[in-house]
Design a protein around this ligand. Structure first.
Ligand SMILES: [Fe+2]
Length: 232
């Protein structure tokens, strides 16, 4: 990975299974750090961050990945929290300074392109493309299990068809419907020069990432947008 992007993993329990959850850190110009889906700001984590630069942006990517945001914001009071209002509604301790469409945020982070996943209000996620590394940075856009995962998630993933396969998270699948909005959002993402997709709960997706993305979200393409004979 280039010298401007780092990831860290920690275990989290969710719905009776132990997942790995990833935090992604991007170093912007001026050694400003952009921290996506922050983990618990332990002394070790903060020492590692402080060695990389100055934490300026704490990013809540969707309605759900907000749990460690208040603690991270308390540890880095000069950092600005960026995220959707829907996350604040779920967690009153989360105070977003601005949304990812705020002109001040966009001016300060030209290294990253935000793309909203429209049509899935249950998740309300914005993903970020980092052209310098060809990385699409997301949280719950996709999910997968592999041999490195805890047995609880491996077992659940086999039942739900997510072991060794890249799919949407089961709860996202349950709440998402086919629509032009979601199909266009996925098409916008897969048209990017993707080298990898980084999500919270899977290894980095580096093998044909655009195709994997399209396969996982194929259910959300409405019939009128399907071209006869079209392949992924
Ligand atoms: Fe998640």
């Amino acid at each position: 990975m280039p010298d401007s992007i780092w990831v860290t993993e920690r275990p989290v329990w969710f719905s009776g299974v132990r997942l790995r959850s990833r935090t992604t850190v991007v170093r912007l110009s001026g050694d400003a750090l952009w921290v996506h889906s922050p983990c618990t700001p332990t002394d070790d984590v903060c020492a590692a961050l402080d060695a990389l630069g100055e934490v300026r942006w704490i990013v809540v990517p969707n309605r759900f990945h907000h749990l460690q945001t208040p603690a991270t914001a308390a540890r880095y009071p000069d950092a600005l929290v960026v995220g959707p209002r829907s996350a604040e509604a779920r967690n009153p301790r989360v105070r977003s300074t601005m949304g990812t469409d705020d002109p001040a945020y966009l001016r300060a982070t030209p290294e990253l392109t935000p793309i909203q996943l429209r049509g899935v209000p249950f998740l309300d996620e914005t993903v970020f493309f980092h052209p310098a590394s060809g990385s699409l940075i997301a949280a719950d856009l996709l999910m997968s299990a592999c041999a490195r995962d805890h047995w609880t998630w491996r077992a659940a993933a086999r039942i739900t068809g997510r072991y060794g396969k890249v799919r949407t998270p089961p709860d996202v699948r349950m709440h998402a419907r086919a629509s032009t909005a979601v199909a266009e959002s996925i098409a916008q993402m897969r048209a990017l020069p993707l080298q990898r997709i980084l999500v919270a709960h899977a290894d980095p997706i580096t093998d044909r990432p655009a195709q994997r993305l399209a396969e996982a979200w194929d259910f959300a393409v409405p019939p009128h947008l399907r071209q006869p004979g079209a392949t992924l």
